[in-house]
Ligand binder design. Structure first.
Ligand SMILES: C[S@@+](CC[C@H](N)C(=O)[O-])C[C@H]1O[C@@H](n2cnc3c(N)ncnc32)[C@H](O)[C@@H]1O
Length: 259
């Protein structure tokens, strides 16, 4: 049994930890406890709940209204790890500057960033989006088509990235990727980047944008960037999507080509 004197001595330390990490506690509460409870009550996943809201509040064929509906739902009702409007604007700007013709997305989830990318593409461009979770992919597919993008503009590939990347040349006739958006599991960032390098699909000037490199974080990926000398790169500092206190960042890489 802990004596009251010892418990009292640890109280300031406990309070400091709670105050310092309060945003993480809130995130944990929202992302795990509330979500599990809602899954049981509604019989739907949080992605399906978000989809129902978007379906009833957005205008078909209008990508902006679909993104707006997602943003309202995710900031006011239930957290979903879409890139969100703030980091989304950085993505929009880079796409406008790069004007990429062939784009690869790793991690579509509900299709929010897929729609965001697709609406910024120049005429004739093509986006390949990879999502390994079948339930998420089913929602992403509906969202992409609801936004008005057909199969010629956006192709959703339902498989893990490490199975798809080696087949991009043979199965999809790709020769070069102008832009890659990485937003799947952070532990896959480094192996997938190296797989892309090995595939020869990255050319001089190809851009890779990797989300969440500070939170949850991708330390091995960042260490590799520092050492490899293959990229010019920088971090866009931001906060985690739909939250104020958690610092995050996106890494922007430009491939320098084979030396
Ligand atoms: C953070 S969410 C993506 C959010 C989305 N990019 C957006 O901003 O709207 C991550 C998604 O990546 C998928 N994922 C994780 N690892 C993957 C992999 N190795 N291959 C394909 N999909 C993956 C997960 O199933 C999840 O749906």
């Amino acid at each position: 049994m802990v004596s009251p004197a010892i418990a009292l001595a640890f109280l300031p330390l406990l309070l400091t930890v709670i105050i310092k990490y309060r945003y993480y506690f809130v995130l944990l509460y929202r992302a795990v406890l509330v979500r599990t409870w809602k899954d049981c009550v509604t019989g739907l996943t949080r992605e399906e709940r978000a989809y129902q809201y978007v379906l009833t509040h957005a205008t078909p064929g209008d990508p902006d209204s679909i993104l707006d509906a997602f943003d309202v739902w995710c900031s006011k009702v239930e957290f979903i790890s879409n890139i969100g409007p703030k980091k989304g604007k950085i993505l929009d700007r880079l796409l406008m500057e790069q004007r990429p013709l062939t784009v690869l997305e790793l991690g579509a989830h509900c299709g929010y960033s897929t729609v965001r990318i697709a609406r910024s593409l120049p005429l004739g461009a093509r986006l390949y989006s990879i999502e390994m979770d079948q339930r998420n992919a089913a929602i992403a597919e509906k969202i992409i088509r609801l936004a008005g993008f057909d199969d010629d503009t956006v192709e959703l590939i339902v498989n893990p990235s490490d199975e798809v990347i080696p087949c991009l040349r043979s199965d999809y006739n790709l020769e070069r990727l102008d832009f890659v958006f990485m937003d799947h599991w952070k532990k896959c960032y480094l192996p997938d980047l190296q797989m892309l390098e090995g595939s020869g699909l990255l050319g001089k000037g190809s851009m890779v944008l990797a989300d969440n490199v500070l939170f949850p974080g991708a330390p091995k990926f960042l260490r590799y960037l520092r050492k490899s000398g293959l990229y010019e790169w920088k971090i866009h500092r931001a906060t985690l999507e739909y939250s104020k206190g958690i610092r995050d960042g996106m890494a922007e890489l430009v491939y320098l080509g084979i030396k």
